[in-house]
Design a protein around this ligand. Structure first.
Ligand SMILES: Cc1cc2nc3c(=O)[nH]c(=O)nc-3n(C[C@H](O)[C@H](O)[C@H](O)COP(=O)(O)OP(=O)(O)OC[C@H]3O[C@@H](n4cnc5c(N)ncnc54)[C@H](O)[C@@H]3O)c2cc1C
Length: 311
Protein backbone atom coordinates (compact mmCIF):
# COMPACT_ATOMS: atom_id res chain seq x y z
CA UNK A 1 0.00 0.00 0.00
CA UNK A 2 2.74 2.43 1.04
CA UNK A 3 4.79 1.38 -1.97
CA UNK A 4 2.02 2.17 -4.41
CA UNK A 5 1.25 5.52 -2.73
CA UNK A 6 4.90 6.44 -2.89
CA UNK A 7 5.08 5.54 -6.59
CA UNK A 8 1.95 7.63 -7.23
CA UNK A 9 3.38 10.61 -5.35
CA UNK A 10 6.69 10.56 -7.19
CA UNK A 11 4.92 9.92 -10.49
CA UNK A 12 2.93 13.14 -9.90
CA UNK A 13 6.10 15.05 -8.94
CA UNK A 14 7.89 13.76 -12.04
CA UNK A 15 5.44 15.84 -14.12
CA UNK A 16 6.42 19.07 -12.42
CA UNK A 17 8.24 21.37 -14.82
CA UNK A 18 9.66 23.49 -11.98
CA UNK A 19 11.11 20.52 -10.18
CA UNK A 20 12.61 19.26 -13.43
CA UNK A 21 14.24 22.64 -14.05
CA UNK A 22 15.71 22.78 -10.53
CA UNK A 23 16.85 19.14 -10.66
CA UNK A 24 18.38 19.54 -14.11
CA UNK A 25 20.31 22.55 -12.90
CA UNK A 26 21.78 20.93 -9.80
CA UNK A 27 21.48 17.19 -10.23
CA UNK A 28 24.52 16.40 -12.35
CA UNK A 29 26.72 19.46 -12.36
CA UNK A 30 29.47 18.09 -10.09
CA UNK A 31 30.89 14.62 -9.46
CA UNK A 32 29.16 14.75 -6.05
CA UNK A 33 25.79 16.09 -7.26
CA UNK A 34 22.77 14.06 -6.13
CA UNK A 35 21.63 12.48 -9.41
CA UNK A 36 25.09 11.01 -10.03
CA UNK A 37 24.41 8.34 -7.46
CA UNK A 38 21.96 6.73 -9.94
CA UNK A 39 23.01 8.15 -13.33
CA UNK A 40 26.47 7.64 -14.77
CA UNK A 41 26.60 11.01 -16.51
CA UNK A 42 25.08 13.04 -19.31
CA UNK A 43 27.50 11.87 -22.02
CA UNK A 44 28.37 8.51 -23.54
CA UNK A 45 32.01 9.10 -22.54
CA UNK A 46 30.96 9.22 -18.87
CA UNK A 47 28.87 6.05 -19.29
CA UNK A 48 31.84 4.27 -20.87
CA UNK A 49 34.03 5.33 -17.96
CA UNK A 50 31.46 3.88 -15.51
CA UNK A 51 31.29 0.68 -17.59
CA UNK A 52 35.07 0.32 -17.48
CA UNK A 53 35.03 0.69 -13.70
CA UNK A 54 32.40 -2.07 -13.49
CA UNK A 55 34.42 -4.35 -15.75
CA UNK A 56 37.43 -3.79 -13.48
CA UNK A 57 35.26 -5.08 -10.59
CA UNK A 58 34.37 -8.23 -12.56
CA UNK A 59 30.90 -7.05 -13.57
CA UNK A 60 28.98 -6.88 -16.80
CA UNK A 61 26.90 -3.88 -17.82
CA UNK A 62 24.18 -2.65 -20.11
CA UNK A 63 24.22 0.99 -21.18
CA UNK A 64 20.92 2.82 -21.39
CA UNK A 65 20.67 6.16 -23.15
CA UNK A 66 17.90 7.77 -21.13
CA UNK A 67 14.82 9.07 -22.90
CA UNK A 68 11.18 8.08 -23.19
CA UNK A 69 7.77 9.29 -24.33
CA UNK A 70 9.02 10.88 -27.54
CA UNK A 71 6.14 12.76 -29.21
CA UNK A 72 7.28 13.31 -32.82
CA UNK A 73 8.76 11.29 -35.67
CA UNK A 74 11.73 13.66 -35.71
CA UNK A 75 12.31 13.02 -32.00
CA UNK A 76 12.14 9.27 -32.55
CA UNK A 77 14.59 9.49 -35.45
CA UNK A 78 16.97 11.62 -33.37
CA UNK A 79 16.82 9.07 -30.52
CA UNK A 80 17.51 6.23 -32.97
CA UNK A 81 20.50 8.07 -34.39
CA UNK A 82 21.74 8.79 -30.88
CA UNK A 83 21.55 5.05 -30.14
CA UNK A 84 23.47 4.24 -33.33
CA UNK A 85 26.15 6.73 -32.27
CA UNK A 86 26.22 5.06 -28.84
CA UNK A 87 26.79 1.68 -30.52
CA UNK A 88 29.74 3.17 -32.45
CA UNK A 89 31.17 4.76 -29.30
CA UNK A 90 30.96 1.46 -27.41
CA UNK A 91 32.67 -0.39 -30.27
CA UNK A 92 35.42 2.24 -30.40
CA UNK A 93 35.91 2.02 -26.61
CA UNK A 94 36.31 -1.75 -26.72
CA UNK A 95 34.01 -2.41 -23.77
CA UNK A 96 31.36 -5.13 -23.54
CA UNK A 97 28.57 -4.66 -26.10
CA UNK A 98 25.19 -4.55 -24.44
CA UNK A 99 22.52 -1.82 -24.51
CA UNK A 100 18.99 -1.30 -23.19
CA UNK A 101 16.34 0.91 -24.79
CA UNK A 102 12.69 1.92 -24.53
CA UNK A 103 10.23 1.72 -27.41
CA UNK A 104 8.51 5.03 -26.56
CA UNK A 105 11.92 6.58 -27.13
CA UNK A 106 11.85 5.16 -30.67
CA UNK A 107 8.36 6.51 -31.40
CA UNK A 108 5.87 3.94 -30.06
CA UNK A 109 3.44 6.72 -29.08
CA UNK A 110 3.71 8.36 -32.49
CA UNK A 111 3.64 5.57 -35.07
CA UNK A 112 4.09 1.90 -34.34
CA UNK A 113 5.45 0.99 -37.80
CA UNK A 114 8.12 3.69 -37.59
CA UNK A 115 9.01 2.59 -34.07
CA UNK A 116 9.49 -0.98 -35.33
CA UNK A 117 11.66 0.27 -38.20
CA UNK A 118 13.76 2.34 -35.79
CA UNK A 119 14.24 -0.71 -33.61
CA UNK A 120 15.28 -2.69 -36.68
CA UNK A 121 17.87 -0.03 -37.56
CA UNK A 122 19.40 -0.49 -34.11
CA UNK A 123 19.17 -4.30 -34.29
CA UNK A 124 20.93 -4.29 -37.67
CA UNK A 125 23.84 -2.39 -36.09
CA UNK A 126 23.68 -4.75 -33.11
CA UNK A 127 24.00 -7.74 -35.44
CA UNK A 128 26.89 -6.17 -37.32
CA UNK A 129 28.80 -5.49 -34.10
CA UNK A 130 27.62 -8.45 -32.01
CA UNK A 131 25.70 -6.46 -29.41
CA UNK A 132 22.84 -7.65 -27.23
CA UNK A 133 19.86 -5.29 -27.11
CA UNK A 134 17.37 -5.40 -24.25
CA UNK A 135 13.99 -3.78 -24.78
CA UNK A 136 12.99 -2.30 -21.42
CA UNK A 137 9.36 -2.59 -20.35
CA UNK A 138 7.37 0.57 -19.70
CA UNK A 139 3.95 0.94 -18.07
CA UNK A 140 1.19 -1.63 -18.62
CA UNK A 141 -0.29 0.55 -21.38
CA UNK A 142 2.67 -0.62 -23.49
CA UNK A 143 3.07 -4.25 -22.44
CA UNK A 144 1.17 -5.83 -25.32
CA UNK A 145 2.57 -3.56 -28.02
CA UNK A 146 6.12 -4.03 -26.70
CA UNK A 147 5.81 -7.81 -26.67
CA UNK A 148 4.24 -7.91 -30.08
CA UNK A 149 6.94 -5.68 -31.63
CA UNK A 150 9.49 -7.93 -29.97
CA UNK A 151 7.78 -10.97 -31.53
CA UNK A 152 7.79 -9.28 -34.93
CA UNK A 153 11.56 -8.73 -34.93
CA UNK A 154 12.06 -12.20 -33.46
CA UNK A 155 10.01 -13.75 -36.32
CA UNK A 156 12.11 -11.78 -38.78
CA UNK A 157 15.20 -13.48 -37.38
CA UNK A 158 16.66 -11.11 -34.76
CA UNK A 159 18.19 -13.10 -31.92
CA UNK A 160 20.46 -10.56 -30.26
CA UNK A 161 17.46 -9.07 -28.50
CA UNK A 162 15.50 -9.72 -25.33
CA UNK A 163 12.54 -8.32 -23.37
CA UNK A 164 11.55 -7.44 -19.82
CA UNK A 165 8.56 -8.79 -17.87
CA UNK A 166 7.17 -7.23 -14.68
CA UNK A 167 5.96 -9.50 -11.89
CA UNK A 168 3.54 -6.84 -10.58
CA UNK A 169 1.22 -7.41 -13.56
CA UNK A 170 -1.49 -10.08 -13.45
CA UNK A 171 -0.75 -11.04 -17.05
CA UNK A 172 2.90 -11.93 -16.45
CA UNK A 173 2.49 -15.67 -15.71
CA UNK A 174 1.05 -16.02 -19.22
CA UNK A 175 3.76 -13.79 -20.70
CA UNK A 176 6.49 -15.90 -19.09
CA UNK A 177 5.01 -18.94 -20.86
CA UNK A 178 4.67 -16.98 -24.09
CA UNK A 179 8.35 -15.93 -24.04
CA UNK A 180 9.62 -19.33 -22.86
CA UNK A 181 7.74 -20.98 -25.74
CA UNK A 182 9.81 -19.12 -28.34
CA UNK A 183 13.08 -19.27 -26.39
CA UNK A 184 13.29 -15.51 -25.78
CA UNK A 185 15.65 -14.08 -23.21
CA UNK A 186 13.69 -12.37 -20.42
CA UNK A 187 14.80 -9.91 -17.77
CA UNK A 188 12.41 -10.27 -14.83
CA UNK A 189 11.71 -7.17 -12.73
CA UNK A 190 9.07 -6.26 -10.15
CA UNK A 191 7.89 -3.21 -12.12
CA UNK A 192 8.73 0.45 -11.63
CA UNK A 193 5.52 2.12 -12.80
CA UNK A 194 2.40 3.18 -10.96
CA UNK A 195 -0.19 0.68 -12.13
CA UNK A 196 -3.99 0.48 -11.64
CA UNK A 197 -5.67 -2.26 -9.58
CA UNK A 198 -7.21 -3.61 -12.77
CA UNK A 199 -3.75 -4.53 -14.13
CA UNK A 200 -1.41 -5.10 -11.21
CA UNK A 201 -1.01 -6.35 -7.65
CA UNK A 202 -0.99 -3.46 -5.20
CA UNK A 203 0.55 -5.34 -2.26
CA UNK A 204 4.31 -5.79 -2.22
CA UNK A 205 3.96 -9.31 -0.79
CA UNK A 206 1.93 -10.36 -3.86
CA UNK A 207 4.47 -8.84 -6.26
CA UNK A 208 7.33 -10.60 -4.44
CA UNK A 209 5.55 -13.97 -4.42
CA UNK A 210 4.80 -13.71 -8.14
CA UNK A 211 8.41 -12.70 -8.79
CA UNK A 212 9.81 -15.78 -7.13
CA UNK A 213 7.49 -18.18 -8.95
CA UNK A 214 8.18 -16.53 -12.31
CA UNK A 215 11.93 -16.52 -11.68
CA UNK A 216 11.76 -20.27 -11.08
CA UNK A 217 9.78 -20.82 -14.30
CA UNK A 218 12.34 -18.80 -16.25
CA UNK A 219 15.26 -20.65 -14.68
CA UNK A 220 13.74 -24.07 -15.28
CA UNK A 221 12.19 -23.51 -18.73
CA UNK A 222 13.54 -20.24 -20.12
CA UNK A 223 16.64 -19.07 -21.96
CA UNK A 224 19.39 -17.40 -19.95
CA UNK A 225 17.06 -15.31 -17.75
CA UNK A 226 18.16 -12.12 -16.03
CA UNK A 227 17.05 -11.97 -12.41
CA UNK A 228 16.89 -8.19 -12.01
CA UNK A 229 16.29 -7.29 -8.39
CA UNK A 230 18.07 -5.97 -5.28
CA UNK A 231 15.85 -8.09 -3.04
CA UNK A 232 18.22 -10.20 -0.93
CA UNK A 233 15.56 -12.70 0.13
CA UNK A 234 14.57 -13.39 -3.46
CA UNK A 235 18.20 -13.57 -4.57
CA UNK A 236 18.94 -16.13 -1.85
CA UNK A 237 15.94 -18.24 -2.88
CA UNK A 238 16.89 -18.05 -6.55
CA UNK A 239 20.43 -19.21 -5.78
CA UNK A 240 19.06 -22.09 -3.72
CA UNK A 241 16.52 -23.13 -6.36
CA UNK A 242 19.08 -23.01 -9.19
CA UNK A 243 21.58 -25.09 -7.21
CA UNK A 244 18.90 -27.67 -6.31
CA UNK A 245 17.91 -27.97 -9.99
CA UNK A 246 21.56 -28.19 -11.11
CA UNK A 247 21.18 -24.94 -13.08
CA UNK A 248 24.73 -23.58 -13.12
CA UNK A 249 25.56 -19.88 -12.61
CA UNK A 250 26.51 -19.68 -16.30
CA UNK A 251 22.84 -20.25 -17.28
CA UNK A 252 21.43 -17.04 -15.80
CA UNK A 253 22.58 -13.70 -14.46
CA UNK A 254 21.65 -11.25 -11.75
CA UNK A 255 21.08 -7.65 -12.75
CA UNK A 256 21.02 -4.52 -10.62
CA UNK A 257 20.81 -0.79 -11.15
CA UNK A 258 23.77 1.55 -11.15
CA UNK A 259 24.38 2.93 -7.67
CA UNK A 260 22.00 0.56 -5.86
CA UNK A 261 23.24 -2.13 -3.48
CA UNK A 262 26.84 -2.00 -4.68
CA UNK A 263 27.74 -4.17 -1.68
CA UNK A 264 25.40 -6.91 -2.87
CA UNK A 265 26.67 -6.58 -6.46
CA UNK A 266 30.23 -7.17 -5.25
CA UNK A 267 29.40 -10.03 -2.93
CA UNK A 268 27.57 -11.91 -5.69
CA UNK A 269 30.56 -11.52 -8.00
CA UNK A 270 32.86 -12.74 -5.23
CA UNK A 271 30.66 -15.83 -4.87
CA UNK A 272 31.06 -16.57 -8.59
CA UNK A 273 27.71 -15.28 -9.93
CA UNK A 274 27.33 -13.15 -13.02
CA UNK A 275 26.17 -9.62 -12.26
CA UNK A 276 25.16 -7.09 -14.89
CA UNK A 277 24.71 -3.47 -13.87
CA UNK A 278 22.26 -1.25 -15.72
CA UNK A 279 24.11 2.00 -16.48
CA UNK A 280 21.77 4.87 -17.38
CA UNK A 281 23.18 8.02 -18.91
CA UNK A 282 22.08 11.05 -20.92
CA UNK A 283 20.44 14.41 -20.46
CA UNK A 284 16.90 13.05 -20.12
CA UNK A 285 17.47 11.54 -16.68
CA UNK A 286 14.68 13.16 -14.68
CA UNK A 287 11.84 10.55 -15.05
CA UNK A 288 14.27 7.67 -14.40
CA UNK A 289 15.62 9.48 -11.35
CA UNK A 290 12.12 10.09 -9.98
CA UNK A 291 11.25 6.38 -10.33
CA UNK A 292 14.31 5.54 -8.21
CA UNK A 293 13.18 8.03 -5.53
CA UNK A 294 9.66 6.58 -5.56
CA UNK A 295 11.00 3.09 -4.89
CA UNK A 296 12.72 4.16 -1.74
CA UNK A 297 11.63 7.44 -0.17
CA UNK A 298 14.72 7.28 2.09
CA UNK A 299 16.58 8.38 -1.05
CA UNK A 300 14.91 11.77 -0.70
CA UNK A 301 16.94 12.43 2.46
CA UNK A 302 20.08 11.60 0.53
CA UNK A 303 19.10 14.02 -2.25
CA UNK A 304 18.22 16.81 0.20
CA UNK A 305 21.54 16.44 2.02
CA UNK A 306 23.39 16.60 -1.30
CA UNK A 307 21.37 19.66 -2.38
CA UNK A 308 22.04 21.49 0.87
CA UNK A 309 25.75 20.92 0.46
CA UNK A 310 25.70 22.39 -3.10
CA UNK A 311 27.24 25.81 -3.26
C1 LIG B 1 18.71 -4.21 -14.23
C2 LIG B 1 17.34 -3.69 -13.97
C3 LIG B 1 16.55 -3.31 -15.04
C4 LIG B 1 15.26 -2.86 -14.83
N1 LIG B 1 14.44 -2.61 -15.91
C5 LIG B 1 13.14 -2.29 -15.69
C6 LIG B 1 12.21 -2.20 -16.77
O1 LIG B 1 12.55 -2.39 -17.93
N2 LIG B 1 10.93 -1.88 -16.47
C7 LIG B 1 10.49 -1.69 -15.18
O2 LIG B 1 9.31 -1.44 -14.96
N3 LIG B 1 11.36 -1.76 -14.16
C8 LIG B 1 12.66 -2.06 -14.37
N4 LIG B 1 13.51 -2.17 -13.30
C9 LIG B 1 13.09 -1.67 -11.96
C10 LIG B 1 12.33 -2.69 -11.16
O3 LIG B 1 11.05 -2.89 -11.73
C11 LIG B 1 12.16 -2.24 -9.70
O4 LIG B 1 11.43 -1.06 -9.69
C12 LIG B 1 13.46 -2.01 -8.95
O5 LIG B 1 14.41 -2.98 -9.30
C13 LIG B 1 13.25 -2.09 -7.42
O6 LIG B 1 12.73 -3.34 -7.07
P1 LIG B 1 13.56 -4.52 -6.39
O7 LIG B 1 13.33 -5.74 -7.23
O8 LIG B 1 14.98 -4.16 -6.22
O9 LIG B 1 12.82 -4.82 -5.04
P2 LIG B 1 12.38 -3.90 -3.82
O10 LIG B 1 11.57 -4.80 -2.96
O11 LIG B 1 11.74 -2.65 -4.30
O12 LIG B 1 13.73 -3.53 -3.12
C14 LIG B 1 14.55 -4.49 -2.49
C15 LIG B 1 15.70 -3.75 -1.83
O13 LIG B 1 16.52 -3.16 -2.84
C16 LIG B 1 16.98 -1.88 -2.45
N5 LIG B 1 16.42 -0.87 -3.37
C17 LIG B 1 15.46 -1.06 -4.30
N6 LIG B 1 15.22 0.07 -5.00
C18 LIG B 1 16.06 1.00 -4.48
C19 LIG B 1 16.28 2.37 -4.77
N7 LIG B 1 15.62 3.00 -5.73
N8 LIG B 1 17.22 3.02 -4.05
C20 LIG B 1 17.94 2.38 -3.08
N9 LIG B 1 17.75 1.07 -2.76
C21 LIG B 1 16.83 0.39 -3.44
C22 LIG B 1 16.52 -1.69 -1.04
O14 LIG B 1 17.56 -2.17 -0.20
C23 LIG B 1 15.30 -2.56 -0.97
O15 LIG B 1 15.01 -2.99 0.34
C24 LIG B 1 14.78 -2.68 -13.51
C25 LIG B 1 15.58 -3.08 -12.42
C26 LIG B 1 16.82 -3.60 -12.63
C27 LIG B 1 17.61 -4.04 -11.46
Amino acid sequence: MFASLSKAFFHALSRSGTLKTVASRYGMRRPTSFARRFIAGETVAEAIEAARALEARGMNHTLDLLGESVTSLEGADAATRAYLATVDAIVAAGIERNISLKLTQLGLDVDRATCTENLQRILAAADRHEFFVRIDMESSAYTESTLSIFETVWRLGSRRVGVVLQSCLYRTDADVERMNAIGARVRLVKGAYREPKSAAFQRKADVDAAYLEQAKRLLAEGTYPAIATHDETIIAEVKQFAAAQAIGPDRYEFQMLYGIRRDLQSSLVAEGYRVRVYVPFGREWFPYFMRRLGERPANVGFVLRALLSEK
